[in-house]
Write a protein that binds this ligand. Structure first.
Ligand SMILES: [Zn+2]
Length: 431
């Protein structure tokens, strides 16, 4: 019980007095004593996702799944993917590792018992345990989406100080990384894929900042435009309990992202699977004589070569019998990086995530460069390696970040902490 009160006190301490009143009012409004309110929101959200043929991901607490399994079973068939959001909505950064392990294992069991996909995870409050490396992987999860990237937000004119301070305070609790080149993309972590979630979310824009709809729409349009220019993975977060507030906005954003087929609209499992398969695609070169190289790339459907690689391939073909590409090009050297087989997995996966063509070789002949790195790569090793590759004068093949013809990826996500007031209160009963 003491834990319960200290947790409550801490959550309230990151809000101003008016923020606490607003939050309590909105909790009662959103959840209600029965499931009716929330069920209606989720079904209306599913209607929109079906209408727009857009998949989306909803991390949900396993205790809510256990209380309402039929609802989640129905919604799973309607473009809604569910992911584990802890057993109850508690702060896992404060639990001993063994306790977390037991709860996460129990959560996956609940998901499996009711036939829900249990491969993805998001920590409640987006708070990862500091010593949690490998915890999710050891439980068998394939992806996590708990790290936060913060998009730059100009302070809107005439915004009251208390609202701006509210925003800064909640943002601080997420320990976000500021948006930089390369940090708004999925990343391999062991066998898992970490997919960062973007801020600001609906909680910040609607509840903390209390911005007018036209300004929220303008902010999101700017973020979509920037995401497209930078080719990143944009994971947006809209909590279903605020569905009536963002219904029109979400419809507009998905339609806007679809224009010109610029965005690949996917759920987080699809994004993680794409990233894993793209990162581990294999390249095999064969010299055909007279300067002609044939390169067979085994990888996911939708794989496409990057436009500028220092040469123009003669042919690029896809096959109806298998995924991937076959490329022919006239180059003096093989258009791939040679990698010594004594190198570490860390090097193979780094080159794969960067999209470079590479193959294992014992001999340096015929390659523009051969790399050998037996140990795990440090960030400094990665920087040096990239500048060495970019300084090469020889043509090299490289694949695009996202399935053709898309320039960036957009995933809609929304955490479900509970369906009714009783689920919501469950967080105060500890585990
Ligand atoms: Zn949550």
């Amino acid at each position: 019980m003491r834990n319960c009160f200290s947790f409550l006190r801490e959550r309230l301490s990151i809000r101003s007095e008016s923020g606490i009143t607003r939050r309590l009012y909105s909790i009662f409004q959103s959840y209600g004593w029965t499931t009716e309110n929330f069920r209606r929101n989720l079904e209306s959200l599913a209607d929109l996702l079906e209408e727009l043929e857009a998949p989306a991901t909803f991390p949900v607490t396993a205790s809510a799944v256990a209380r309402h399994p039929a609802l989640f079973g129905r919604l799973q068939k309607r473009n809604m993917e569910f992911a584990v959001h802890g057993y109850r909505h508690i702060d896992y950064s404060r639990l001993p590792r063994e306790k977390s392990l037991a709860l996460l294992t129990r959560s996956r069991e609940v998901f499996r018992r009711y036939g829900l996909c249990d491969s993805g995870f998001r920590y409640p409050f987006l708070r990862k345990p500091a010593l949690g490396a490998g915890l999710l992987e050891s439980c068998g999860f394939l992806w996590d989406s708990s790290e936060v990237v913060s998009w730059p937000l100009q302070r809107p004119e005439a915004l009251e100080n208390k609202h701006w301070n509210d925003y800064l305070q909640i943002l601080g609790t997420y320990d976000p990384e500021e948006l930089k080149p390369g940090n708004c993309l999925p990343r391999l972590k062991g066998r898992m894929v970490e997919i960062p979630v973007s801020m600001p979310d609906d909680d910040i824009l609607f509840e903390r900042l209390k911005l007018p709809d036209r300004l929220i729409r303008a902010i999101w349009e700017q973020i979509l435009t920037a995401a497209c220019l930078q080719g990143v993975s944009l994971v947006i977060q809209f909590h279903p309990e605020r569905w009536p507030l963002f219904k029109q906005l979400l419809r507009h954003l998905i339609r806007r992202a679809r224009e010109g087929r610029e965005a690949w609209i996917c759920n987080l499992s699809q994004m993680s699977e794409w990233w894993r398969r793209r990162s581990f695609c294999t390249w095999k070169t064969e010299y055909r004589g007279a300067g002609l190289n044939r390169v067979v790339v085994n990888g996911p459907a939708g794989l496409a070569l990057l436009g500028s690689m220092g040469m123009q391939p003669e042919t690029v073909e896809t096959s109806s019998r298998r995924d991937g590409l076959t490329v022919t090009c006239r180059t003096r050297l093989k258009p791939v990086i040679g990698v010594s087989p004594q190198s570490s997995e860390s090097l193979f996966s780094f080159l794969g995530e960067e999209g470079w063509a590479w193959e294992r070789t014992e001999t340096p002949e015929g390659y523009p460069v051969v790399i050998r790195h037996p140990g795990a790569l440090t960030p400094e090793d990665k920087r040096r390696l990239l500048s060495r590759i970019r300084a090469l004068k020889a043509p090299l093949l490289k694949v695009q970040l996202w399935p053709a013809p898309h320039r960036y990826a957009l995933a809609v996500s929304g955490d479900i902490d509970g369906i009714d007031f009783w689920d919501y209160m469950g967080r105060f009963y500890g585990s």
